[in-house]
Design a protein around this ligand. Structure first.
Ligand code: IPM
Ligand code: MG
Length: 384
């Protein structure tokens, strides 16, 4: 936090609903900046499918350098049917991997909370949703997403393909250590998720967790197999505090957990590494949803996941914890006051609910930003 600061944020709007939700997120961040006395200098990076159309590649190396030199990166979503050919050598998702991997943003934080007013928007029974407040820590720069070889091969029997699941102990240790630290700042409960009954990488993962355990004596840590974890996420979701897991398990479990929050459109994420800027940790902030091409350009997208990612950006990369808490409180008040984008509207409607689009939701949130906003919890506790 720096009084009167101008923060340099690189935006990557991407494809589909990406540009709409990033526009909403920028407006929300500008509004909170005005209330708290700081400003933004935005640089837009053309990437994803848009990058392929414009430059012939998902993201240009010089744009990865622009991202590296900024205080934070704010990304919408990439991909769409136009670029869906699985055999194409360039794919929109390569932009994500170039940023995540290129900037060494190895820890992906995906907090899952259930706003009480949204219990009716989730297919899970309301009594199971009470008190859900978990943080999924997904390893983001290794595992199947980055392992080589990853290719289709011909052999005498026909076609075959190979992907490589590879982890070094250093890669496991840094993300598990962060998860332990985050658990210390929360309810001191850590679940490490793996498939140690099958995978060698999971058995190494368990060893590393066990080696770190003595350093964090106050944290209760358990190992859980990913298949049973997937079940417990819907049968007893409130029992989870911090989960830590490898890249692909984290991808799958976080979409599953979003069902608890009422919609995939609700969940934010932060991807962090170890690189410090003048104000905080360099980070990439994006909603966990995709580019939703079928609703793009129709003012239907839920901007909450992106706006809540903006709050994480304020906290982690800019050190603006009070502004982050104010933005989160404004989102919470907007939901309490009954504003619902289409994805959140219960099929039967409901008394006191107001149907809004992306812009209506944003306007309601901006209206509720207050300097002395009654943040329900202390700022530091929010996504820690
Ligand atoms: C996510 C997304 C991406 C991922 C896709 C778009 C490659 O699902 O951020 O969770 O798998 O990491
Ligand atoms: Mg995903």
């Amino acid at each position: 936090m720096t009084a009167g600061a101008t923060y340099r944020v690189a935006t990557v709007p991407g494809d589909g609903i990406g540009p709409e939700v990033i526009a909403a997120g920028r407006t929300a961040l500008e509004a909170v900046g005005r209330a708290f006395g700081f400003a933004f200098e935005w640089t837009e990076i053309i990437a994803g499918g848009n990058g392929i159309d414009t430059w012939g590649v998902a993201i240009r190396p010089e744009d990865v350098e622009v991202a590296r030199g900024s205080d934070a990166i704010y990304l919408g979503a990439v991909g769409g049917p136009k670029w869906d050919n699985p055999n194409a050598p360039v794919r929109p998702e390569q932009a994500l991997f170039a940023l995540r991997g290129g900037l060494d943003l190895f820890a992906n934080l995906r907090p899952v909370r259930v706003h009480p007013a949204l219990a009716a928007s989730s297919p899970v029974r309301p009594e199971l949703l009470e008190g859900v407040d978990m943080l999924i820590v997904r390893e983001l720069t290794s595992g199947l997403y980055f392992g080589k070889p990853s290719e289709e091969r011909s052999f005498e029997g026909g076609r075959a393909a190979i992907d490589t699941l590879w982890y070094t102990e250093a890669q496991i240790r840094r993300v598990v250590r962060l998860a332990f630290q985050l658990a210390q700042g929360r309810r001191s409960n850590l679940v490490s998720v793996d498939k140690a009954n099958v995978l060698a990488t999971s058995r190494l993962w368990r060893k590393v967790v066990e080696e770190l355990r003595p350093e964090f004596a106050g944290v209760e840590v358990t190992h859980q197999l990913v298949d049973s974890c997937a079940m417990f996420l819907v049968t007893r979701p409130a029992s989870f505090d911090v989960l830590v897991t490898e890249n692909m398990f984290g991808d799958i479990l976080s979409d599953e957990a979003s069902v608890l929050a009422g919609s995939l459109g609700m969940l934010p994420s932060a991807s962090l590494g170890e690189r410090r800027t003048a104000h905080g940790l360099l980070g990439l902030y994006e909603p966990i949803h995709g580019s939703a091409p079928t609703i793009a350009g129709q003012d239907k997208a839920n901007p909450v996941g992106t706006i809540m990612s903006g709050a994480m950006l304020l906290r982690w990369s800019l050190g603006e914890a009070a502004a982050a808490a104010s933005l989160e409180a404004a989102v919470s008040a907007t939901l309490s006051d009954g504003f619902r984008t289409p994805d959140l509207m219960p099929a039967a409607g409901g008394p006191g609910l107001t149907a809004v689009g992306t812009r209506g939701m944003l306007a309601a949130i901006v209206d509720r930003i207050a300097i002395t906003g009654a943040a329900p919890r202390t700022a530091a506790a929010q996504d820690r």
